[in-house]
Design a protein around this ligand. Structure first.
Ligand code: UTP
Length: 408
């Protein structure tokens, strides 16, 4: 993109200030900025006024989950189907590690966090160990795609190299960067990080599949015959990945997606609950759960919306291709955005000062026709690390890991 093209693109979105310091830059920095302007989708910012009011929800009704009891009666059959799919190379795993982990308060990627007590035990190490459990049983390697972001890509790769991929086969690990979105003031002007760089942040975990396409990872997936993608969050150190029983159940039920779910610990637990919305599978995030939704009971007198998602999904890849043209709702989130002020000083704000723009993986579920909510035991599979202390923290995860016989 040349200077004029950049000027025109910015003018279209009222972002001309991005080129304010262009004349001061040397050739290389000028090129960097032009390249970033070419690759940035400024249209998200125009949604500040139109989309910030949430569109009303459809009609919510309960969805039937496959409970532990039912799973136990068919465990062997599901596991056999799942292992066959894994051995045939039809299953890949996708680790979402592009987040900023701000609540944990570390500058490093979340996966590099050491949760050990008597020895180092890194979050990435736990995840690889969990996947290796299945590799050992199946007797075959499983392709693992790791999504990073511009902010943590090199650090993440270097960390894996330094630790020799925690004994995983490096030929089966593929890193790719997720796409970034610009960050703006409340008035909708993009912030500049410095004179040649627009302030950006990862575009939310809903950006995983389009980022895979943009990074040409999907070409590799098609070539290698992978049909199912098990997508999971970096911060649940207890979850089973590429779990043969889960895979087999979703295949046998012929669903477009499977979602691992846990019974809510109490009605106020901060997890999204799975349901039907206008007859399609859907997830209601905790902040959107009304009193009425929390209090609705099923025919047995149990809470009707009692299954929370743990961000561990198995998607049929072909179905993802079909929905990828559809737009996901944009979440406009107030955040602290480091920026360069008018005098050229770099400011790291202590209070939120603008918006970031994200799409969420949970909104992808609603675009699909069929979903299998698959219950897992929360004490064996759900130990998310979001905070330093308290709920969903390093402390609570350590306790659960130890209860499951994992030495720390
Ligand atoms: P969270 O929603 O917990 O966000 O991510 P986060 O960025 O890790 O943490 P906070 O909110 O800043 O404290 C859930 C999962 O989605 C991934 C995260 O890495 C985590 O595995 N994620 C999130 C991405 O891969 N990209 C994103 O843009 C956002």
């Amino acid at each position: 993109m040349n200077f004029e093209e950049a000027q025109n693109k910015l003018a279209q979105y009222g972002q001309e200030h991005v080129l304010e310091y262009f004349h001061e830059l040397d050739k290389e920095h000028k090129e960097n900025l032009l390249e970033q302007i070419a690759g940035t989708d400024f249209s998200v910012i125009s949604k500040i006024t139109s989309d910030i009011k949430k569109s009303p929800r459809g009609i919510i009704s309960p969805i039937k989950a496959m409970t532990l009891e039912e799973i136990n009666t068919k465990k062997e059959e599901f596991t056999k189907t799942g292992l066959e799919a894994i051995r045939a190379g039809k299953v890949g795993a996708v680790l979402l590690a592009g987040g900023m982990g701000t609540r944990l308060g570390s500058d490093n990627p979340k996966g590099m966090y050491d949760i050990g007590i008597t020895k180092p035990v890194y979050i990435f190490q736990r995840i690889i160990r969990n996947l290796l459990d299945v590799v050992d049983i199946a007797g075959t390697w499983i392709h693992l795609f790791i999504m990073t972001s511009d902010k943590n890509h090199e650090t993440t790769i270097a960390f894996f190299k330094e630790h020799k991929y925690f004994t995983y086969n490096p030929d089966y690990i593929h890193f790719f960067k997720q796409d970034m979105a610009p960050a703006s003031t409340y008035g909708g002007k993009v912030y500049m990080e410095n004179k040649d760089k627009i302030a950006t942040s990862p575009n939310g975990n809903g950006g995983w599949y389009s980022s895979m396409q943009n990074a040409h990872i999907t070409d590799f997936i098609h070539k290698s015959g992978i049909e199912w993608l098990n997508v999971f969050a970096v911060d649940n150190v207890l979850q089973r990945i590429a779990d043969p029983c889960f895979i087999g159940a979703v295949i046998n039920k012929n669903c477009a997606v499977g979602a691992k779910v846990v019974r809510k610990s109490d009605p106020d637990e901060k997890v999204g609950v799975i349901c039907l919305e206008d007859g399609h599978p859907s997830i209601v995030e905790y902040y959107d759960q009304t009193e009425q939704l929390r209090n609705t009971k099923d025919e047995n007198g149990m809470p009707a919306y009692n299954f929370g998602v743990i961000l561990n999904y198995l998607f049929h890849e072909r179905e993802l291709e079909e929905i990828c043209g559809k737009e996901l709702p944009l979440h406009i989130v107030e955040k602290k955005i480091p920026y360069m002020d008018k005098t050229g000083r770099f400011i790291n704000p202590s209070e939120p000062n603008g918006y970031k723009f994200e799409t969420l993986i949970l909104d992808m579920i609603h675009l699909l026709d069929t979903c299998l909510p698959f219950e897992v035991e929360r004490n064996k599979e759900f130990a998310p690390i979001k905070n330093k202390t308290g709920t969903d923290s390093i402390e609570s995860a350590r306790k659960l890991l130890q209860e499951n016989g994992i030495e720390l």
